[in-house]
Design a protein around this ligand. Structure first.
Ligand code: FAD
Length: 483
């Protein structure tokens, strides 16, 4: 069978893959493209995760696309509403016919002679290998392993007589009604699960090894609702989006420059929500400074309310082992449980697990340096859509898509077929891709490409700066080589 050839091949039909298709259609209307999606559905994260209460942990005015106003009432939105938004974007723009579902990309090989990628995917259950070729490969494959979430090796797991579930594997038949539930973890998933499960469970205990910064924000944005009525959805969306972007940038800078002040602000909020008798120092005061790890956002303080009402509690302690009836802690006490939910995180995955070669040479992602946080030293015609750690994912993905479209149009105008960033500056030092201290980052960061110590190799995690660089900056900057 002849290979299918397209100008641009997108890997992944999640939030960023559908966004990438939209940008391509709008800004490079002459380009042919296809999306290879490993699963049988659109939506990625927002289709995969089905645990109770699944929702965004940043506001939808910044997690939404720049081109499609978020018009739902909730700013911190439920997973199914986000999935609907992505599906709607795909159907409104006739993107679905371009998606090849059940195509898991395994390998991509670049040939300089032909100026194209040959991409191998496994199709369907039978894993039949199908081959595509493309001029430009756009990885929109997210950042974690879809097969398995992360679970530490807990001693005695087999002895536990109740049910153990990882949130990534949640199915609709899981019943927790009137059960004693222990949720292990203190990240975004745990703080989502606890108040939601507490509505039906007998009691929910959030068991954490160490606390996380948790901040309450309104679930709905009253100003947005008023502005929408007055100016219509498009204007309101842009206004609220910018307000949220600027506030997020201000708060991040405050955390970096005056961490003690930021810490007191955050802890003050928790004390107010939980009352003076609650041990905030023990359960909600991390040992690190704010934004050295992601902040956890709880809409309308739902977690705090559930704790106050006694339907949930927090235990900060180390696990010794699982027992028949629950979990024994290092201090010898035991938490009894009928169900244990291991909200212990994700396994990060580089470039959707695709093995890359350039002119027959295997590429080791950890040896690469990222260019503008989206392309890589010595890897031609390939970009990845990844988001910010300190702001909503889509803010950066939208800019990356705009940049890729500008690059493709620039190449067409000048008759170039290849673009490759080259790092020839000996004064550029290597640094890890992410400077977060979180366990899930530290476990995997060595496998990820590096960033450099200065432009255009440094990741600033700053939307305003990226607008300047990616939307307006020169595509021919002396570092990107064309041929
Ligand atoms: C529970 C949860 C909540 C989150 N909440 C927020 C939030 O509130 N704000 C925020 O900014 N970020 C959040 N994130 C991060 C979130 O993943 C991003 O916001 C966003 O959804 C990522 O979109 P994506 O399309 O880039 O990746 P994904 O949603 O991961 O989609 C990637 C797609 O690529 C496909 N794929 C991967 N590898 C291959 C391959 N080799 N071949 C073919 N297909 C492949 C996958 O099947 C998937 O469909 C959250 C993440 C999780 C897990």
């Amino acid at each position: 069978m002849a290979n299918e050839h397209v100008d641009v091949l997108i890997v992944g039909a999640g939030l960023s893959g559908i966004g990438a298709a939209y940008h391509l259609q709008q800004k490079c209307p002459g380009k042919t493209y296809a999306i290879l999606e490993g699963r049988d559905a659109i939506g990625g994260t927002w289709d995969l995760f089905r645990y109770p209460g699944i929702r965004s942990d940043s506001d939808m005015f910044t997690l939404g696309y720049s081109f499609k106003p978020w018009t739902e009432e909730k700013a911190i939105a439920a997973g199914p509403t986000i999935l609907n938004y992505i599906r709607q974007t795909a159907s409104d723009n006739n993107i679905e016919p371009h998606i090849r579902f059940n195509h898991r990309v395994k390998r991509a090989s670049w040939s300089s002679k032909d100026a194209r990628w040959t991409v191998e995917a496994e199709r369907g259950e039978g894993r039949e290998v199908v081959t595509f070729t493309c001029g430009f490969l756009f990885q929109c494959s997210g950042y974690y392993d879809y097969e398995q979430g992360y679970t530490p090796d807990f001693a005695g797991v087999d002895s536990f007589r109740g049910q153990i579930v990882h949130p990534q594997k949640w199915t609709s038949d899981i019943d927790y009604k009137d059960k004693r539930v222990v949720v292990i973890g203190s990240g975004a998933t745990a703080v989502t699960l606890v108040p939601e499960m507490a509505k039906g469970a007998k009691h929910v205990t959030m068991l954490q090894r160490s606390p996380t910064y948790v901040v309450a924000r309104p679930g709905s944005d009253e100003l947005a609702i008023k502005l929408r009525r007055r100016f219509g959805p498009r204007v309101a969306y842009q206004l609220i989006r910018w307000r949220n972007v600027l506030f997020g940038m201000y708060f991040f800078q405050l955390c970096r420059r005056k961490p003690e002040r930021a810490k007191q602000l955050l802890l003050g909020g928790v004390r107010l929500a939980l009352g003076k008798d609650f041990d905030v120092a023990k359960h909600f005061t991390p040992t690190y400074n704010p934004w050295q790890q992601r902040l956890c956002l709880v809409p309308d303080g739902d977690l705090f309310k559930t704790i106050r009402e006694g339907r949930a509690s927090v235990v900060t302690n180390h696990i010794d082992r699982f027992t028949e009836n629950g979990i024994r802690l290092k201090d010898g006490s035991e938490l009894e449980a009928d169900m244990i939910v291991t909200a212990t995180g994700l396994n990060l995955k580089v470039m959707g697990g695709v093995a890359l070669t350039v002119d027959g040479k295997a590429i080791e992602p950890s040896q690469l340096m990222s260019y503008k946080g989206m392309m890589y030293s010595d890897v031609p015609n390939l970009a990845t859509a990844t988001g910010y750690t300190n702001a909503s994912w889509t803010l950066k993905c939208d800019l990356t898509c705009e940049y890729v479209c500008r690059l493709l149009n620039y190449m067409d105008r000048h008759g170039y077929r290849t673009s490759v960033p080259r790092q020839n500056d000996p004064s550029v030092m290597e640094a890890p891709w992410l400077d977060f201290t979180s366990g899930y980052v530290q476990r995997s960061v060595a496998k990820f490409p590096k960033q450099g110590s200065k432009r255009p190799w440094k990741l600033y995690q700053n939307y305003a700066l990226d607008i300047v660089t990616l939307r307006f900056g020169k595509v021919d900057d002396g570092v990107m080589q064309y041929s």
